[in-house]
Write a protein that binds this ligand. Structure first.
Ligand SMILES: Nc1ncnc2c1ncn2[C@@H]1O[C@H](COP(=O)(O)OP(=O)(O)OP(=O)(O)O)[C@@H](O)[C@H]1O
Ligand SMILES: NC(=O)c1ccc[n+]([C@@H]2O[C@H](COP(=O)(O)O)[C@@H](O)[C@H]2O)c1
Ligand SMILES: [Zn+2]
Length: 250
């Protein structure tokens, strides 16, 4: 039997400043994909990096075109993660729920187009052989189910920011965790599990919140990279990686 048969296709969307992109941003995708595949229920078909637009106006944020260019170079070595500039091209800051909606619509459009192509093929085939009608119609129905689920990929600090007063609309949080789902990678200084436990809303949707444990901790952040660059320090080979829980290297 085909290994991926019956698995739900998933697209992972990571929103953020990527100011600049770091190894850990790319690693997040690998961790999330491994995790979802190990559940046996999902097949990750694509990863999307969506750099925030200049309208976000975060202190020290460099122009979107440069962040997009750096991210594009960074994903050159990946055959499944890509950079999508749509969010970065909007003049106003776009809330994350809206970014998810935009990409969901894109996936539906691609799915619809695929359905139309399939339907046209079936109609053509039916004209040739009417006995194949039932099987072919079944194929059309199957293709609509091929539209991947879209999930937000983030680090635990972003999940915890759901609790910052007035930062996120409650209805957006409900939509993100309830309608889309979240894959959250652990990060030093954040405790995603207890955050979910403490929030009634997140607890209600806990089955849509996948927490992925990164054992090889890497405390890299774009803030630290910017700081090092400001100070003229090297940013090569950031964090050699170490195993948590006090285990010794062998
Ligand atoms: N070391 C890390 N571990 C886990 N998640 C991370 C890590 N670094 C970044 N992320 C996640 O990547 C996404 C994009 O993050 P962002 O662009 O803010 O990077 P950052 O390193 O946190 O930058 P800054 O320090 O400027 O906030 C967020 O979901 C964030 O949680
Ligand atoms: N209400 C919202 O939708 C909301 C609030 C805060 C941050 N965000 C997003 O989270 C990400 C955070 O990135 P930074 O950690 O770099 O600030 C950005 O993509 C930003 O757009 C969304
Ligand atoms: Zn950040």
């Amino acid at each position: 039997m085909e290994q991926n048969e019956g698995r739900t296709p998933v697209v992972l969307l990571a929103c953020g400043s990527f100011n600049p992109i770091t190894n850990m941003h790319l690693r997040m995708f690998e961790l999330a994909r491994d995790y979802l595949h190990e559940t046996g229920n999902y097949k990750v078909v694509k990863g999307i990096i969506s750099p925030v637009g200049d309208g976000y106006k975060k202190k020290g944020l460099i122009e979107a075109q440069h962040r997009v260019a750096m991210a594009t170079l960074a994903v050159e070595g990946s055959d499944w993660v890509e950079v999508d500039p749509w969010e970065s091209e909007q003049t106003e800051w776009v809330e994350t729920a809206k970014v998810l909606r935009h990409h969901h619509e894109e996936l539906l459009t691609v799915g619809q187009h695929k359905d139309e192509v399939d339907r046209a093929k079936v109609v053509k085939k039916r004209k040739r052989n009417t006995s194949q009608r039932d099987t072919s119609m079944q194929q059309i129905r199957c293709s609509s189910r091929d539209v991947p689920q879209l999930k937000l990929l983030c680090g635990a600090d972003v999940l915890e920011s759901f609790g910052v007063p007035n930062l996120w609309k409650q209805e957006d949080i409900a939509e993100i965790v309830g309608e889309f789902g979240v894959v959250c990678v652990t990060r030093a200084g954040s405790d995603a599990e207890s955050f979910v436990y403490q929030s009634d809303l997140l607890w209600e949707h806990r089955r849509h919140i996948h927490i992925v444990k990164e054992w090889i901790t890497n405390e890299i952040s774009a803030t630290k990279i910017r700081r090092a660059l400001r100070r003229g320090q090297s940013v090569r080979f950031p964090n050699a990686g170490r195993v948590t829980a006090g285990s010794r290297t062998t």
